[in-house]
Design a protein around this ligand. Structure first.
Ligand code: MRU
Length: 365
């Protein structure tokens, strides 16, 4: 099975230990400066890991929630415990539908079982969710690679790809979504270079740069606001992002700033692709207007994290206290600006008919 590399060492973002009823996660708040693993052994720790973004990225949030539920059922697996643990995890973050998809799948699977069987069954189901994520991302990579191979290159030497946020292996169990075609292209020997936008205010672009560097993929970090000029100057062949929720009509909620990239792509005739698995598609939502956009703490904007001159992790206040800030974490890109969706079942137009063509079992009467 696919495994992304940290300097040639295959690594996943989450390690499960069912026999000890714990998982280990990477504390992504400490990247790119430190690779630090954290043990999660209680429901509260799992909920905290998602809420405080130690784990982040829609598919990884879903897998972590599934394991969090398994952990929560270790001591008691009554109906009441199943419901309250599900609710606690459900409320950790609102936008990425993978969280709710994974919890619904777990709950539907576990509820009919006798309480004595639920804990063991929960670990098996969480493992299935994690493994499916890895397999689906592998398939997304191959479908995306086929698309990339057909693109006209503006520069003769290198395929220039731009991405936003982090939709790499760190945002999934392994393999990534938006980065899966890029890794597939690189591993297949295609000369590829990635423009990585910083993604203020949480700077998930730094995670993307860290991933790409450790897998050996050429890339360059840019300020978010530099995307337009690079596109306008013909330095970008294609933009690929991930998604946190795709509504039934193909509208895409993704990290704030995605919409601006899609607009710039449209103005410059650049294809804008969105890569995501089934667990990110919300067939219950007719369009993106109804997607809840997470409003995060203004301190993410007010305070800048980094290393000081001595290499010590530090926080700087960049705004006067009391300065008003708004911090919407996601935006919605209308389906009309999306050239195609790349899923584990193949590529489709961002539309109800395109999605139902790939997922006919989701058709409603
Ligand atoms: O707030 P985050 O870091 O959890 O953001 C979610 C994301 O990682 C991105 O929006 C990503 O592009 C889609 S998830 C693979």
């Amino acid at each position: 099975m696919q495994a992304m590399n940290i300097d040639c060492t295959p690594t996943r973002s989450l390690r499960a230990h069912p026999e000890r009823r714990v998982i280990d996660i990477i504390d992504q708040t400490r990247l790119p400066h430190a690779l630090h693993w954290v043990r999660v052994s209680t429901l509260d720790e799992a909920a905290h890991a998602i809420r405080a973004m130690l784990v982040r990225g829609a598919p990884l949030i879903g897998a972590t929630a599934a394991y969090g539920l398994a952990i929560a059922l270790g001591d008691e697996a009554s109906d009441a415990q199943l419901q309250s643990a599900t609710l606690a995890l459900w409320q950790t973050r609102p936008t990425a539908v993978n969280l709710h998809w994974a919890l619904t799948r777990m709950s539907d699977h576990l509820s009919p079982l006798p309480p004595a069987e639920r804990c063991a069954a929960a670990w098996v189901e969480a493992e299935a969710i994690a493994e499916e994520d890895v397999a689906q991302n592998l398939a997304i990579g191959q479908h995306g690679l086929a698309l990339l191979r057909q693109l006209p290159w503006r520069s003769a030497q290198t395929l220039e790809v731009m991405t936003h946020c982090n939709a790499g292996w760190l945002a999934t169990v392994d393999g990534g979504t938006a980065l899966a075609p890029i890794y597939a292209a690189h591993d297949a020997g295609l000369p590829v270079h990635v423009w990585v936008s910083e993604t203020r205010p949480r700077n998930q672009g730094l995670l993307t740069a860290w991933e790409l560097a450790h897998h050996g993929v050429p890339h360059t970090l840019i300020a978010d606001n530099a995307a337009g000029i690079l596109m306008h100057k013909g330095r970008v062949d294609v933009v690929i992002t991930g998604a946190d929720r795709i509504s039934a009509n193909g509208d895409v909620a993704n990290k704030v700033g995605t919409y601006l990239k899609a607009l710039a792509c449209a103005d410059n005739g650049i294809p804008f692709y969105v890569a995501a698995p089934r667990s990110t598609i919300d067939f219950d939502l007719p369009d993106g207007a109804q997607i809840e956009i997470e409003a995060r703490d203004g301190d993410e904007f007010r305070r800048v994290h980094g290393l000081d001159d001595h290499g010590v992790p530090s926080v700087l206040q960049q705004l006067p206290a009391g300065e008003a800030v708004a911090n919407p974490a996601f935006d919605v890109t209308p389906a009309r600006l999306v050239t195609a969706l790349i899923t584990e079942r193949g590529c489709c137009t961002a539309s109800a008919s395109g999605l139902l063509g790939l997922y006919p079992e989701q058709a409603r009467d």
